[in-house]
Design a binder for this molecule. Structure first.
Ligand code: ADP
Ligand code: MG
Length: 734
């Protein structure tokens, strides 16, 4: 029984496991009855909805069921629970409810300045009410000397309080118009508003819905001990109070409870997947460190490993020796030396009689890995091949035959490796480099290539902030390489306005004359491939004017080129035939040209932080001092200015990743998997970091002590998780 597979897009949801371990979770609990729940009712069944409104709710808000409406949360509340005295209205009151007698009213002004003005008087002062539209109609409704409640946004005109287009109600009884709870305002679209289904009316529907719900429909799902320790409101109360709280304070408690639940359920599932893998998955055993690994370490390794590299290798060795499948994420900053770690893990597999593969996201990278690794292994009897989309079919056939026959120890390649035709004789390890280009499904197809799933080592191109890693990759084990190899010269990063392009070009010339190479990068703006292309061509012509042939040679690489042309141009730069590489961001990942010392990024304001960091990582790979020059126009927005500031002040990828997350929010960050794991309905992993930390810690403790959730206190949790089984996704977008 695979219980997560059918529910993937709700916020409580995390991905199906990368492994197969989940089959075991709760296998014995399918008897727990899930009572038919009113929340599953289609939205048209709600009183006041009907087929037409239902259609709108589905199309505009993806609200399909009672459940969906319950989870359409208000973005703010307005307070009609208290009447404010006119004398107390001040600059800080936003919306206010005022009660008074209508003193008099009149229409004044001409043409566009024509307006209806009314004066409402209480014991403390006079409030001006004003309408600019619908004057005649409203004028008819007003009655002098009548008692009114006026609700609206308070503005000040010439120092006097004023309410424009207030909502007016006559006061018939003492309580009329004064609410007992705050009034929710919901996100709505223009279309909904025009069909009389705006934020207010949605509130009416929610009110109807809540009146029909009983405790049974929203049973508590958190263990009592957690509720007590964190002083959390009950689930039932929380849903009621997030919509209709008695006060702002109660609202905040409800919000906190539901945010915690969101994060906690996710963390719990991640912890379960990990725990399942650790306890129940089968994995091939890399029990010994043998000749290949040792010979390489002692004779072939051209440098001493960094402390971080050693530590990670140790973690990997422990992980692969225990008989369970390793599923590890290796996070390392650009240039921290992940390739060597990958290679040594592959040698470990070989020492234990297993084949391994290394998968890269692009042809160029696969070829480069192959070249680097072939060179490093040249004195060892390792049988190695490279397989990509452009491998000639005769060669490919041979490789496939050798892999299946066990005549190859390692294969390096691209997506071509996951094709069905690729069969291994005994695959024990798959390394996936620059991970974010690979989907989960693609990865999963790797484990089908062996009877016992191979160990998986995923290496990221760019550091991911810890909070994000915790949610997006929480089911994986996790290693960090936060140390660069010694004697790296720091890269000097500067900001230049593009009015100073000539000086920048002069600088590049001086570097080239000293024997070095330079990258000049142009952005992809994506709205128009044609414009991007033209922009790049113009840039290229411009560079060419500064650097004429035959003294200088330029390579150009861009997305529109056929793969082989890209490859040739890249290769000419790698081999030093050309001194300048003009390109779009296609070179961003992994490419290694140690002799390149200058990175110019044109229109740097158009790049995200992690992308800038990635690009900058292409230089500073050799012994010479390197430079990164961020060129921008003179008009910079605040965010762009901040990004440039960060780039010129730090080269620490982890620090940059945190800033990136702060600036852009979790959904936008590259390297995250399905956004469902990081985009929560209520919680924000940046702002709610303390809640996330608590949720993670508690989830882990619970799973550690009671992995099957069998204790009395945890039974609710188990029932809740089981009840999610087989549900259709909440947020279908039609
Ligand atoms: P990344 O982590 O970005 O993939 P690479 O594996 O490409 O980094 O390594 C970057 C460069 O650092 C390579 O030229 C590699 O040979 C070198 N390198 C890796 N580890 C060390 C080390 N321990 N000492 C010195 N240089 C190293
Ligand atoms: Mg790399």
């Amino acid at each position: 029984m695979l219980i997560w597979s059918s529910v993937q897009t709700s916020p409580e949801e995390i991905l199906p496991s990368d492994g197969y371990a989940l089959r075991f979770i709760f296998a014995e609990t399918s008897h727990i009855a899930t009572s038919p729940n009113i929340l599953n009712h289609p939205i048209e069944y709600l009183k006041g909805v009907g087929p037409q409104r239902a259609d709108l709710l589905k199309k505009e808000l993806a609200v399909f069921s009672f459940h969906d409406l319950l989870h359409h949360f208000p973005y703010r509340h307005i307070d009609r629970t208290r009447i404010t005295r006119i004398v107390d209205l001040n600059g800080t009151s936003d919306y206010a409810l005022v009660q008074g007698k209508l003193w008099y009213y009149e229409i004044i002004g001409e043409r566009s300045a024509r307006r209806l003005v009314a004066y409402l008087k209480d014991d403390t002062g006079v409030l001006e009410l004003v309408w600019f539209k619908g004057l005649t109609w409203i004028e008819k409704l007003l009655k002098q000397d009548e008692n009114y409640l006026a609700f609206g946004k308070i503005g000040f005109f010439m120092g006097k309080p004023q309410m424009a287009h207030p909502e007016l109600e006559t006061v018939k009884s003492q309580t009329n118009g004064v609410r007992t709870s705050l009034e929710p305002i919901y996100p709505a679209t223009e279309k909904l508003k025009s069909r009389n289904l705006g934020g207010r009316q949605l509130g009416k529907l929610t009110e109807t819905l809540l009146s029909q719900l009983s405790l049974r429909d929203l049973p508590e799902n958190l263990p009592q001990s957690v509720l007590t320790n964190l002083r959390l409101m009950s689930r039932f109360e929380a849903y009621r109070n997030i919509h209709f709280p008695a006060s702002q304070q109660v609202y905040e408690q409800a919000l906190r409870r539901l945010k915690f639940e969101e994060l906690f359920i996710t963390q719990l599932r991640l912890a379960m997947i990990r725990s399942e893998r650790h306890r129940k998955s089968r994995g091939v055993v890399f029990g010994r460190v043998g000749e290949m690994f040792n010979d390489f370490y002692q004779k072939c390794l051209p440098f001493e490993l960094t402390g971080a590299q050693k530590r990670v290798l140790k973690e990997i060795r422990q992980d692969t020796a225990g008989g369970h499948q390793m599923n590890r994420l290796l996070q390392g900053d650009v240039g921290s030396g992940k390739t060597i770690v990958a290679l040594m893990t592959m040698l470990l597999a070989l020492d234990n009689g297993y084949q391994s593969c290394l998968m890269a996201p692009t042809e160029i990278l696969a070829q480069q890995h192959f070249a680097t690794i072939s060179e490093l292994l040249k004195d060892l009897p390792v049988r190695l091949a490279v397989l990509t989309g452009s491998t000639p079919s005769r060669e490919k056939k041979k490789i496939l035959r050798q892999l299946a026959a066990g005549e190859l120890d390692m294969v390096i390649g691209t997506h071509a490796l996951i094709e069905d035709t690729v069969q291994f004789s005994n695959l024990g390890l798959a390394v996936i480099d620059e991970q974010h280009r690979f989907g989960v499904a693609q990865r999963a197809s790797l484990w089908k290539k062996a009877e016992i799933p191979p160990h998986i080592l995923v290496m990221t191109a760019t550091p991911i902030p810890r909070t994000l890693a915790m949610t997006a990759y929480g089911d994986l084990d996790y290693s960090i390489m936060d140390e660069l190899p010694p004697n790296r010269q720091p890269i000097t990063t500067v900001h230049r306005y593009d009015t100073r392009r000539a000086q920048v070009m002069d600088f590049i010339r001086s570097e080239i004359d000293a024997g070095r190479q330079a990258y000049i990068i142009f952005p992809l703006i994506e709205e128009s491939a044609r414009l991007d292309y033209e922009n790049l061509m113009a840039g290229y012509e411009n560079v060419k004017a500064f650097f004429p042939e035959p003294r200088y040679w330029i390579s150009m690489v861009h997305g529109r080129q056929p793969a082989d042309q890209k490859e040739t141009n890249m290769q000419r730069f790698v081999s030093g035939d050309t001194q300048i590489m003009v390109s779009t961001t296609v070179i961003e990942v992994g490419v290694n040209v140690p002799n390149a010392t200058v990175m110019v990024i044109e229109s740097a304001e158009k790049f995200g932080l992690s992308q800038l960091h990635q690009l900058r990582g292409r230089v500073g790979r050799g012994a010479e001092k390197s430079y990164c020059i961020l060129m921008t126009g003179s008009q910079l927005g605040n965010d762009a200015r901040e990004r440039i500031r960060i780039m010129t002040s730090t080269s620490n990828g982890f620090e940059i990743a945190e800033k990136d997350l702060e600036l852009r929010g979790p959904g936008e960050i590259e390297g995250t998997r399905q956004s469902g794991t990081v985009n929560f309905r209520l919680a924000d992993i940046v702002k709610d970091r303390p809640i996330l930390d608590a949720a993670k810690k508690i989830a882990e403790t619970i799973i550690e002590n009671d992995p099957e959730l069998d204790s009395a206190d945890n039974l609710r949790l188990k029932e809740y998780l089981v009840s999610l089984q087989g549900k259709t996704p909440w947020s279908r977008i039609s």
